[in-house]
Design a protein. Sequence first.
Length: 418
Amino acid sequence: MTTLELLRRARSAKSAMALADTDTKNRALLAMADALERSAQPILAANALDLEGARGAVSSVMLDRLALNEERIFGMAQGVREVAVLPDPAGRVLRREERPNGLVIEKTAVPMGVIAIIYESRPNVTSDAAALALKAGSACVLRCGREAHRSAAAIVDALRQGLSAAGLPQDALGLVEDTTRQSARELMTAAGLVDLLIPRGGAGLIRACVDNATVPVIETGTGICHIYVDRDADLDMALDIVENAKCSRPSVCNAAEACLVHRDIAGAFLPRLRQRLVDARRAAGLPPVELRLDGEAASIIDGVPAGEADFDTEFLDYILAVKVVDGVDGACAHIAAHSTGHSEAIVTASGETAERFTALVDSSAVYWNASTRFTDGGVFGLGCEMGISTQRLHARGPMGLEELCTYKYVVRGAGQVR
């Protein structure tokens, strides 16, 4: 099936999704979760083929993003079930006003219509995106990268079984068969067929969508996330936070890519940082972090001299750029120049300094004494997420159900004329 045929089928199914009541959508989601678990073996077999094709072509951390096991599949199913129990955003009255002439005006949340998602090599995005779009009352068209296409196809087959079990049209969920750039361009320019396009992936994909789309786009995801260690920081806490933000899963967009250190504590903190992220991890058989150091940091500890692009790179690997700054204002200035607007953190015992940091830093999530790895729809109580919006209009930060709706005004009268 061509991409345009898939979009037309989704367009024809959007009315059924918009009319579906909450109970019907929830039954569909629960049936989708059950079908995922029943289909674990076909999904794992498809994933094994994807992994075989990707080995040698992508890094080990990217292979981890692609890999599935039974635990991850059951986690995907649980994520779908969590969406089912969330409040239905569609049809919710956001504001109601009765005018002096008797008109009742209700600002009402309504489905987007047809939501297209372009993503790369994370198979779990398939179920997350489908669950959120369908619960919000929209049809959903997915386009994944070629590395994950077999896995995504097996997942979509299972999810469509759940739609049918609840009496909803299977065409409300589709997967683009063409994995060439042509299909991505078709989604970007499908005016009249796509109501909202959401790219999830690297900087190149997101920039291509923002620059070339003729349909509405929400910019998501690229995460050059910073941690600033202030002179009033608890250094043990700072080490825990930096290691978690960098190493717990370096291939995701909320992983830290840069560490900024106050000059007054650099001499005490940086040797401990190197020992924690490099020496101790190597001794424990864990991947050590490659520290890319600015000139001042390099005068204190050994590492790789930072190149011109290192503070503007989303490494998605065991690499951390490190810079010494002269204080919170210097940290904020650096972040303003190099951040992608995703997530930033300060580690400090000073409430005054933390308040200045959170006021000056203009990113979608700003943390005080916590890891950037918490920027996630599930952690924020939104269920699974459609992505992390780094723009300012309509949606910002983790995108859950509410962000997948638009609104219209429903006006009730009794014969009023103007």
